[in-house]
Structures are given as structure tokens and as C-alpha cells.
Ligand binder design. Structure first.
Ligand code: ZN
Ligand code: ZN
Length: 272
């Protein structure tokens, strides 16, 4: 890959992300889950731009593509079909496998302090909306690439078609974070929704450690972390500590924030 195609790929991905955020923001106004300002959204957009540049250096491929790299190096016990009827089964099988891996990693992020120090950036948004979706500490993707994605690459031999479909499905993550009054009611156990995922981001203690799944709540059901949203339940979001990054550098260096003594890292004890 030349530097020109890499730059085009970077610009294209960034344009897609900004376009999704803009579209999501306009859509949210139709049925807001909770009223909110746009200062957090502006900061999230600035962070997305920074994140793209960091990934371009650290991880120029998507997480799912890591499995392809591991396959190319000889990994993959079970081969997934790339065409025909088999492909119809391969896509949901791969999505379910990845979802299981994401679920385990996400549980670990909430359990182990070293991982929570990073993941808490995602949870520090007091106004969860479409722009919260890519708000993850940059080191997390690198960690996932060398752990769960690599392990899945050792387990299954996948192909570009399956990975392409899965990467497109990943855009659902933007929908999940939308500030939208949308839930799936009695079907909540079948597929994640903005209401279901909002409970995971809730600042209320009764919602702690629930609804970890990315797509299919089946893993939450299996491991006892499933929490069905009540009708009209759209709780406030953010960290229990009330920590909120106010500047881009707070987000970029989030795990080390306690050592920075930054006067602008707001907490709930301070007025907003
Ligand atoms: Zn989480
Ligand atoms: Zn989230």
C-alpha cells in the first residue's frame, strides 16, 4: 500500500465517521432520549480525528482484519466458506464469535483496574449520543487486536467477504449510542438497541455491570448480566465519580489523568 492509498483510506474512513455522526445527530433530534448540549459532541468529533491519525500509525487495519493477518500467518483451525449457501451461515457464525470475544473483553474492562483506566473514557461521556460510539481510548484497539482478535484468527480461517460484512455490521455501534428514545421492548433479548446500551452507560448504581453485549444480548443472558430496560427508562449517563474530560489532551492521556493534576478535568463535585 502506497502512502497515497493509505492517506485516501484514512480520509475516507474519517469522512464516513463524521458523516455518520452528522446524520445521527440530525436523526436524534426527532426523538431525543434526554436533552443535551453539543459541547460533548464537539469534543468527541475532535477526538475521532485524533484517533484516526493515531490508528493510521499504530494500527492501519480494522480490528476484524487482524484475524485475516493471523490467518495469513498460518492461523485458523476451522475454515469459513467465502461463497454460496455456506456464506449465509458463515457471516452470523463469525459475528456471534466476535460478539462473544467482545463480551469477554468488555467484562474484563469493567473488572480489572488497568483495563478500566482506559475503558472509563468511553463511560465518561455525560451526554451519550452518536459521537460517543468511537470514543474509546486509543490503546484499547491495540490490546484487542493482540488478544481477542488474534485468538479468533487462530480459531477460524476467515475470508475478506465475511470480514467485509462484519465490518459493515460494526456501523450498528453508532446506532446503539444514539440519544434516541428507541428500544425493542419484549424483543430486547434478541438484539441490542439504543435503550439497552444506554443502561450499560447509566450513571445510576442499579445499572452497574449490565448489558455488555455489542450485538446479541444472548451472552448477557448466559452470564447473568442481562438487564431488560423498563418502558421509558432512559437514565443519565457518565461515571459515578463524575469525572469528565473537558479538553482533547484529557482524552488522549486519559489513563494517566490522576497524575496530571489538570485543573480542567471536571468532577461532579464542581458545578457544570
Ligand atoms: Zn463498558
Ligand atoms: Zn458504549
Amino acid at each position: 500500500m502506497t502512502w497515497m492509498s493509505a492517506a485516501l483510506g484514512l480520509a475516507g474512513t474519517l469522512a464516513l465517521q463524521i458523516g455518520l455522526i452528522a446524520f445521527g445527530f440530525v436523526t436524534e433530534q426527532l426523538r431525543l432520549a434526554r436533552p443535551q448540549g453539543i459541547s460533548g459532541l464537539r469534543l468527541n468529533v475532535a477526538y475521532v480525528v485524533s484517533l484516526r491519525l493515531i490508528y493510521a500509525v499504530l494500527l492501519p487495519v480494522s480490528g476484524a482484519a487482524t484475524t485475516l493477518i493471523v490467518n495469513a500467518l498460518g492461523g485458523g483451525l476451522f475454515a469459513l466458506p467465502a461463497s454460496g449457501v455456506g456464506l449465509v451461515f458463515a457471516i452470523p457464525c463469525y459475528a456471534l464469535l466476535m460478539d462473544g470475544g467482545e463480551y469477554l473483553f468488555h467484562r474484563a474492562q469493567h473488572r480489572y483496574p488497568v483495563l478500566w483506566a482506559m475503558h472509563s473514557l468511553h463511560h465518561s461521556d455525560p451526554a451519550v449520543n452518536v459521537s460517543t460510539a468511537p470514543r474509546h481510548f486509543w490503546g484499547e484497539m491495540v490490546l484487542k487486536a493482540v488478544t481477542i482478535y488474534a485468538l479468533i484468527g487462530l480459531l477460524v480461517k476467515t475470508n475478506v467477504t465475511v470480514v467485509g460484512f462484519y465490518t459493515a455490521l460494526g456501523l450498528y455501534n453508532y446506532f446503539l449510542h444514539m440519544n434516541l428514545r428507541v428500544g425493542f421492548g419484549r424483543w430486547s433479548a434478541c438484539l441490542n438497541s439504543p435503550q439497552f446500551h444506554r443502561l450499560h452507560h447509566s450513571a445510576l448504581p442499579e445499572h452497574h455491570d449490565c448489558n455488555f453485549n455489542q450485538f446479541f444480548p444472548v451472552f448477557d443472558l448466559l452470564f447473568g448480566t442481562y438487564r431488560a430496560p423498563k418502558p421509558d427508562e432512559y437514565p443519565p449517563t457518565g461515571l459515578e465519580s463524575g469525572e469528565i474530560p473537558l479538553r482533547l489532551h484529557h482524552m488522549l492521556f486519559w489513563p494517566w489523568r490522576r497524575h496530571s493534576r489538570s485543573p480542567t478535568l471536571r468532577t461532579s463535585s464542581q458545578p457544570s
